[in-house]
Ligand binder design. Structure first.
Ligand code: ADP
Length: 300
């Protein structure tokens, strides 16, 4: 099944347009939705999870019109929200058992089989009797995936799941996500570029509620080959370069500033060619959008 968004638009009562004519086709496998804070990612995730209405547009999952048939969507949905809270005093087993009951697994023996399988799947079997309040961030997120997997969902939405995880926990969590995404749509929202480059076959970048770029991470990266240049700079040099060239990002390398510049040709002899990565794709797309916005504001 495929997820398709057509003209999805959402303005909050305070006037913030969080989604602005979003059009996307999301095939099965892991899809990364990348964007800075405030881009509209959570607004889109909540709308898809039927937790809030959009003002305009259509969201289709296979033959399910999400706005028209929210109950059909909920039957095939697994959702790990950004602020997934757990009851600290309840054990992993009891909480999962309870959530499975809420999801309609009323037969005790069947439900227990499901809970058992899920705890094994997310590597929390040994911790089944521990209270959730004592879980590390990574364990909580793995528990979050276990609850999202109840009922064999076909659409799994995970919102900013790796924020706050240490590198080992992130690695484990990535492996888990990669395993579940084979025949289902997994929509991963994140502001962490390596989450997408590590995991996703397809991606889109959202900024100010708009899709500014979409495609395959490797192809998008390839398109930048020969067009990204780097140079170590001081603060003063950076200021001067920024006036003359499109500096897309400044990285810190061994305590020094390394400017990445987008240019069709080598800007000058001091710049070295960069083998671009997805961060270059991301920052180039964001800076091109900001430049376009500045231009249109200046012309208005
Ligand atoms: P992201 O998940 O990419 O950080 P959000 O969808 O949370 O982005 O937010 C997009 C924009 O909508 C932001 O400007 C945010 O302040 C605003 N926003 C989000 N939720 C609400 C809300 N319930 N009411 C008003 N504004 C909101």
């Amino acid at each position: 099944m495929e997820l398709e968004l057509r003209g999805v638009t959402k303005t909050y009562p305070n006037g913030v347009k969080a989604l602005d004519d979003v059009n996307l086709k999301i095939p099965h496998g892991m899809f990364g939705l990348l964007g800075p804070n405030g881009a509209g990612k959570s607004s889109l995730m909540r709308s898809l999870a039927t937790l809030q209405a959009v003002d305009a547009g259509t969201m289709l999952f296979g033959d399910i019109d999400i706005a028209q048939q929210p109950e059909r969507l909920r039957e095939v949905l697994g959702y790990l929200p950004q602020d997934f809270g757990v009851y600290p005093k309840v054990t992993a087993w009891d909480m999962l058992d309870h959530l499975a009951q809420l999801k309609g697994l009323s037969k005790r023996s069947e439900r227990h089989e499901v809970v058992k399988a899920l705890l094994h799947r997310v590597n929390l079997w040994e911790h089944q009797s521990r209270r959730l309040g004592g879980f590390s961030g990574g364990m909580k997120q793995r528990f979050g995936i276990a609850q999202a997997l109840i009922g064999n969902p076909k659409l799994i939405i995970v919102d900013e799941p790796t924020a706050g995880l240490d590198p080992a926990e992130r690695f484990r969590f990535h492996n888990l996500l990669a395993e579940i995404s084979e025949d289902v749509v997994v929509l991963l929202s994140t502001h962490i570029v390596t989450d997408v480059s590590d995991l996703c076959r397809n991606m889109a970048i959202l900024a100010s509620g708009k899709v500014i770029l979409s495609g395959h991470p490797l192809e998008l990266t390839k398109k930048l080959e020969g067009r990204i240049w780097k140079k170590f700079v001081t603060a003063e040099e950076l200021e001067a370069i920024s006036k003359a060239l499109p500096v897309i990002a400044v990285r810190r390398v061994a305590g020094q500033r390394l400017a990445h510049v987008f240019s069709e040709a080598r800007p000058d002899g001091e710049f070295e060619a960069v083998n671009p990565d997805l961060e270059d794709v991301y920052f180039q797309a964001l800076s091109a959008t900001q430049a376009a916005l500045r231009l249109s504001a200046g012309q208005a």
